[in-house]
Ligand binder design. Sequence first.
Ligand code: PBG
Length: 360
Amino acid sequence: MERGKEKARFRKKAAGCRGSCLAGRRRVIFSAMSSLLHRPRRLRASASLRNLVRETRIAASDLILPLFVSDRIASRSPVGSMPGVFQLTVEESAAEAVSAWNDGVEAVLLFGIPAEKDALASQAYADEGIVQRAIRAIRKAVPGMVIITDVCLCEYMSHGHCGIAHIEGEHVTVLNDETLHLLARTAVSHAGAGADIVAPSDMMDGRVGAIRDALDDAGHTETAILSYAAKYASAFYGPFRDAADSAPQAGDRKTYQMDPANALEALREVELDCGEGADMVMVKPGLAYLDILWRVKERFEMPTAVYHVSGEYAMVKAAAANGWIDEKAATLEVMTAFKRAGADLIITYAARDVARWLAR
Ligand code: PBG
């Protein structure tokens, strides 16, 4: 009785479908399911078949590994909120670069933590600064490694902001134009030490142009600029500020980093940076901004990087440690999403793991 009703209902549905989907085609007996013309599942039947038709692939050569080099430690120190990530001494950063290279990673992004901070970030552009020494050590240990440096002042400023700041209690004003020459000086110093690419992450207006001019004036015409063009004021940077010891002591970064609600503004930011001479552009963070990544790649067709930031990394690590998620599968799925959305390059703390997983 029940089954009879069920069948009648199915026939009614099938008839409706025949009417709307198959109008004009030869008559099909819909209840014979073997007549289905389109069966996307055919190409999913085995691992090798799925490999054949896969649209998006990740390669180890797409990956950039961030390294934190510190003058405040005597030996490697784990970052509590980022399992698997360490602050390193200069010597250790060179050793880590060798290991990463052996895993198949061909680019690193350097962040420095100086022994002393001040109101002019003087260690950011010191010849014997922490990043400058790390560049030389890594270049010597792995001559082929692409060395990218983060150009920002927050780790070097006593107040933790990304530029020169006026601070009155909780009220902070970060001065744009006054900051540009310090950023440019930092970039020139990194290039002088041997960086291949400088990556300004400060979000001051006009910094790409200022850096390009200063690099060219200093004879570093071949040093490329990877601009953190669309960088949002994100809660997902939390763990990084432990790793880089760069949390602002008062206020936040919302007057210079972008409002997460804005997409068209990201396009304007990218356009400005391209106009000022950026060789590559970046969208940051990644997962919550895949729409921005897609639009930037579609519109500008530039070499486009995405930053899989500390909070995104920490979430997967924490869930995996609890047994709630499969770390390898989840991480590879995220990497695939970045590439599918248009990323050419992926900056990720998981770079060594991903490179090893891909090799197997
Ligand atoms: C420096 C900088 C930050 C990150 C990269 N460069 C921190 C910030 O802007 O507060 C974040 C990276 C991450 O969360 O992994 N300005």
